[in-house]
Design a protein around this ligand. Sequence first.
Ligand SMILES: O=C(O)CCC(=O)C(=O)O
Length: 272
Amino acid sequence: MKSRIDLQHQPLTSLSLSQASDMFQRHGALWLENVFSRDMIDGLRKSFQKRFAALSPQELASRDALVGDRRYMVTLDIKGKFNRPEVYANDRLMPLLAQLLSSQLRVASFGCVVAMPGAEDQPIHLDHPPLFSGVPGATKTLPPWAITMVVPLVDIEEQTGTTAIWEGSHQQPDEDQEGAEDRFEKLQRLMQTPDYSQAVKPLPKRGDAYLMDYRVIHGGLANRSAIDRPILYVVYSRPWFRDGFNFGKQPPVAISAKQLKKVPKELRALFK
Ligand SMILES: O=C(O)CCC(=O)C(=O)O
């Protein structure tokens, strides 16, 4: 992956913050190593597995949770181990997210995607249709308006499958750029005939995260391992954005009034 930063020995200072922000804006994705403690990730995984096991097939169907072969997206109640600032407002990431989405950013959705053993490649897709479809130049000039933070709850290996990402596909290429192809034509081509030769396939470990611009072309890869492969996602957005596209049957964010009181006052605006 062209855009990758290890945060273990290098917290984002103002210089590296602007480098990280430039990198993300150029490639539409960024792999950040060593953001979270592994113990915390292991705790989240246990808690997720318990909650997921309690969901019946009928409940999953009523949530319209299937997002691919043996792959489910479930909104998670923000409570227990998930109701911690380290999870939803991590100190190492918030300065970068605020730089990219403004200090008014909010959590647009919060949950997990789990690929079960044997899950096939997910259809290659965009998470949201373009905001200004048909407006010339909009996909070239608009800054990011929503960003998915993906936090794998297991070590990602080739066997478990990762998310294939087409770096740079969040923006329309300049016409004179080598190999320039309209991004929607590219998406259609990839949807019809999946070809991963131009995709990057990060292999993050527990504690890492990767960010994806909401406009970037991507798709989850097959899980050829014997274990579930859950990834936590938190989508951060500019304050005006509401995701009506992905959440017809389950809420994008689930946090009760009681749980919201446990969120430090200065962070509550994230859940407005
Ligand atoms: O499973 C993955 O790696 C990605 C899932 C995804 O992109 C989605 O459900 O929109």
